[in-house]
Design a protein around this ligand. Structure first.
Ligand SMILES: C[S@@+](CC[C@H](N)C(=O)[O-])C[C@H]1O[C@@H](n2cnc3c(N)ncnc32)[C@H](O)[C@@H]1O
Length: 296
């Protein structure tokens, strides 16, 4: 993690934050139950639930038994999901009746959340190339009772079709460093070779995803971490983004999609590197992350 020192203003606070245990958060599956009814059922079993200040369908939970071991979990009344993991679908803003592609969908946390936003109306294509992870995706879609989803098994960068989707989510495979609070072995940082390979794949996935939207609406929200693609320059340990290093998204010279910044009333965090060094189409991309002061 040392290589991020230059871009994190308060390193001590950051280091403390990644050593602080994560609260358990659940998302009500509103396709099956209301937040109030779920809260009543779990409180009757001895759990204590506090709603998140910014997402009333989700609760921070404390209890003596694991939250995955209840009948309500098996009945698909909720999904255990980190609070920060709720943000991408909130940003995507799916609506009922739309056609939505989730290019990297397993195990289905965000796919099932998308289905909720869609009120189970329209078509959600949930894609996942790993057969093993596909099983978890299917299990979660069944458990939560999602009917609007079609599941496909395809490497995302080769996903067929052009301009067919209203919205596309790319929750690309990554180094996992962002989960260091949950996985202590990642606090030392992921190997740079892995990060570079993943960054290259992420660019191919983004390129594919942006072309899955209609030509006149080629826009997208990019979620850029400095980590993937971060590399040491001149031994200073200063990272820069893969997008900045590697040039345009589409090497074949196809029309470039225009990313746009997310506009929301919330504190989403800054753009980290201020777009410096990024190719023009990417300058409006924004890094989205929970800040230490984000209240659960
Ligand atoms: C960060 S996880 C997705 C988590 C999921 N969106 C959720 O919310 O539960 C990334 C997923 O991308 C999948 N993946 C790996 N290589 C891929 C590729 N070439 N195309 C599409 N997905 C890929 C991984 O198997 C993994 O399931």
């Amino acid at each position: 993690m040392e290589r991020y020192r230059d871009i994190i203003p308060d390193w001590k606070a950051f280091w403390q934050a990644i050593h602080t245990p994560l609260p358990t958060v659940i998302r009500t599956n509103t396709l099956r139950i209301s937040p109030e009814a779920l809260r009543g059922r779990l409180q009757a079993k001895g759990f204590s639930l506090s709603p998140l200040s910014w997402e009333e369908t989700c609760f921070q939970v404390e209890g003596d038994i694991p939250i995955g071991n209840t009948l309500e979990h098996w009945l698909g009344y909720y999904y255990v999901q980190e609070a920060s993991q709720l943000l991408p679908v909130t940003a995507l803003g799916p609506r009922p009746g739309e056609r939505i592609l989730d290019l990297c969908a397993a195990p289905g946390g965000k796919a099932t959340q998308i289905a909720q936003y869609m009120e189970d109306q329209g078509m959600l294509v949930a894609n996942e190339p790993s057969p093993k992870r596909l099983r978890a995706l299917l299990a979660n879609l069944y458990r939560l009772g999602v009917k609007c989803a079609v599941v496909t098994e395809c490497p995302g960068e080769r996903f067929p079709g052009e301009g067919e989707y209203d919205r596309v989510l790319v929750d690309a495979p990554c180094s996992g460093e962002g989960t260091a609070r949950r996985h202590p072995h990642l606090r030392g940082g992921a190997p740079l070779g892995l990060i570079r390979r993943l960054a290259a794949l992420q660019r191919r996935l983004l390129s594919r995803a942006l072309r899955a939207r209609p030509p006149r609406r080629h826009r997208g929200l990019l979620h850029l971490y400095p980590g993937p693609g971060g590399e040491r320059r001149g031994g200073t340990g200063r990272p820069r983004s893969e997008a900045g290093r590697a040039g345009p998204l589409d090497p074949a010279g196809a029309p470039r999609p225009r990313p746009f910044p997310l506009r929301s009333g919330r504190v989403w965090g800054g753009d980290g590197e201020n777009g410096a060094g990024l190719p023009a189409p990417l300058r409006l991309g924004r890094r989205v992350h929970c800040r230490p002061q984000t209240r659960l």
